[in-house]
Design a protein around this ligand. Structure first.
Ligand code: AGP
Length: 613
């Protein structure tokens, strides 16, 4: 989605803004632009396509100046084009960049046109520039004018603004879309994602909904809340260092993030397990009481996070005895859900800013749940701030659009939730022994994941078989059905091969008709109580001439042969196989995408954080 970077400093800001945009590229965008105040006048460059195209323009003619704003745009209103790229100007006095959607822009535009303002783009953003111009003409400061106009804007947005009337000021505003202030020494910055600013600072203020902020040339920062009151917000130090923004020795961020999994899984477990089992208080001081009271759980999420929720349903019902419903946020928020007494509401999100998930949480607050828990990777995100309980997944920044380490650390967090709910509700001896086995297995998980990643070379070789294919089927049973769904999502989003996932028992109810020698069928076959049934399903595929690719423990006796390629996955306690079997599927989709030559880290049409509905 769109990205914002802004700076006011004692030095030229073009380099800072450009590097900030490069660091936001992972979020997905289709054009980029920058405006800087130079000797009291606004200068601007915009380019369709990658930030490199903007860079080329800047190489041909720099934008010197100490105050500037920049943007990567992911088109919503109006096609990707230079004219629609941000920043938008009004009378070469005001420049604005904007993330999100102004829902009432048509009405505002009609009113401004009636007053004689003309528009040069098809965007919803340009109305903001003209509304600001009107106020500045009336003698208001940029800060006051912004505070006034935000009350007229409907929808969700984050804004960055500069004006020739105050050449050493940047103003920002946030309503439903993230915005952080970067705190420097005698300089200050604004961005939609702290990663954009790690080049210049590791100290951040996370703005609250409705905040308007003014940054001045010597690093002075003033914030007003939605009621117009001056407020102080805490300054947080970013924990993950600047390494997260670099690929290091890896060819793609996705590969780096796949290989980081043993380490981040260990980090996700750190300090949350004792000798006796899970520490329920890891979820917050209220967790013990809420988990003990909960009679059912609703889990809401989107995309990959939704798949993690589907795995959690199997876990919570089997190991904690708690009934669970899982639903995609975009459906849930427009239904009329019936919420029984003592239901806990759980959201899962890497970013904590996904518009549908956030809206679902806000909706849920009106429905009588006993409380809300967010399992999230981004501290300070909206979801985290607005939930009663939180558990951070600690995966560190995830740059690849295809979610990998965020998913497996969500699964770790969800297994901790399963253990914590079981414990809070009371365990009998058999359940206590089972929990002890799972806790012991969790402690070995980083090491076993490391072993699974050693399959990389074999999977790369296997990926050749997919390079010319147009479709693929993924099969799994039980808690591995969601893993098949996740495997199919990974393959389609980065290699653009059409992939579907089915619970293997559903095969003969329809999808078997698709199976022939051109249809690769990928199956995760852990050694559990459904294995024999799964083997029969795989025979059904073989009998129709299908080419099978099976991920399984070597001991289960499926032989590698011409029409069945078997990859041996290491052994782990059966509760954790959904997590372990995810890794080879991630590697498979990665290598197929590399072979197909797609843009692995920024697949077409997709954005990392979906902050619009
Ligand atoms: C996963 O590879 C996707 N990029 C996408 O499905 C993602 O998981 C979804 O948009 C939800 O994002 P969130 O976890 O940040 O809420």
């Amino acid at each position: 989605m769109c990205g914002i970077v802004a700076a006011v400093a004692q030095r030229n800001v073009q380099g800072i803004l450009l590097e900030g945009l490069r660091r936001l590229e992972y979020r997905g965008y289709d054009s980029a632009g920058m405006s800087v105040i130079d000797a009291g006048a606004l200068t601007r460059k915009r380019a369709l396509g990658k930030v490199a195209a903007l860079d080329a323009q800047l190489a041909a003619g720099a934008l010197p100046g100490h105050t500037g704003i920049a943007h990567t745009r992911w088109a919503t209103h109006g096609k990707p084009s230079e004219a629609n790229a941000h920043p938008h100007h009004s009378y070469e006095q005001i420049a604005v960049v904007h993330n999100g959607i102004i829902e009432n822009y048509e009405r505002l535009k009609a009113r401004l046109e009636a007053k004689g303002y003309s528009f040069t783009s098809e965007t919803d953003t340009e109305v903001i520039a003209h509304l600001m111009f009107e106020r500045i003409q009336q003698g208001l400061t940029l800060f006051d004018a912004t505070a006034q106009i935000v009350s007229e804007l409907g929808g969700a947005y984050a804004l960055g603004l500069i004006s020739t009337h105050e050449p050493d000021v940047v103003v920002g505003a946030r309503q439903g879309s993230p915005l952080v202030v970067g705190v420097g020494i005698d300089e200050a910055f604004l961005a939609s994602d702290p990663l954009a600013l790690l080049q210049v600072t590791d100290r951040f203020i996370y703005l609250e909904e409705g905040d308007v902020v003014e940054l001045r040339g010597l690093g002075e920062i003033r914030i007003r809340d939605r009621s117009g009151r001056a407020v102080e917000r805490p300054v947080h130090t970013f924990e993950h260092g600047d390494g997260a923004a670099h690929k290091g020795e890896y060819r793609h961020f996705m590969l780096k993030e796949i290989f980081e999994q043993p380490e981040v899984i260990a980090t996700a477990l750190e300090g949350r397990l004792s000798e006796e089992g899970v520490l329920v208080e890891s979820f917050g001081p209220e967790a013990q009481a809420l988990f003990a009271r909960a009679r059912q759980v609703h889990i809401i999420a989107c995309g990959t996070s939704y798949h993690a929720g589907l795995v959690a349903r199997y876990w919570l019902e089997r190991y904690a005895g708690v009934p669970v419903q899982v639903e995609v946020a975009s459906e849930y928020r427009y239904r009329h859900p019936v919420v029984l007494d003592d239901t806990l509401f759980v959201t899962l999100s890497q970013s904590g800013e996904t518009a549908d998930t956030l809206a679902a949480l806000r909706f849920a607050k009106t429905l009588g749940y006993i409380g809300s828990l967010a399992i999230c990777n981004v501290p300070g995100s909206s979801l985290v701030r607005e939930s009663d309980l939180t558990l951070m997944t600690r995966a560190g920044p995830e740059i690849g659009v295809a979610s990998t380490k965020a998913f497996t650390t969500q699964l770790v967090a969800l297994m901790l939730l399963t253990l914590a709910m079981g414990k809070a509700q009371g365990l009998d001896d058999a359940q206590r022994a089972e929990q002890a086995e799972i806790v012991a297995a969790l402690k070995t998980l980083p090491r076993v994941c490391q072993k699974a990643l050693a399959l990389d070379g074999a999977i790369e070789a296997l990926s050749q078989a997919f390079a010319e294919k147009h479709h693929a089927l993924f099969l799994g049973r039980g808690a591995h059905y969601p893993i098949a769904l996740e495997g199919a999502l990974k393959l389609k989003e980065i290699s653009y091969i059409h992939a579907e996932a089915y619970p293997a028992g559903e095969l003969k109810h329809g999808p078997l008709a698709l199976v022939d020698s051109e249809m690769p069928v990928i199956s995760v076959a852990p050694n559990d109580d459904l294995l024999e049934k799964l083997k029969s399903n795989l025979q059904e595929v073989r009998a129709r001439g299908g080419q099978l690719f099976v991920f399984a423990e070597e001991s289960i006796g499926i032989r590698d042969q011409q029409d069945v390629r078997v990859l041996g996955v290491p052994v782990i306690h059966e509760s954790l196989t959904p997590l372990l079997y995810t890794l080879p599927l991630q590697l498979l989709s990665y290598h197929v995408a590399v072979l197909k030559g797609t843009d692995v880290d920024q697949p077409r049409n997709l954005a990392k954080s979906v902050t619009v509905e």
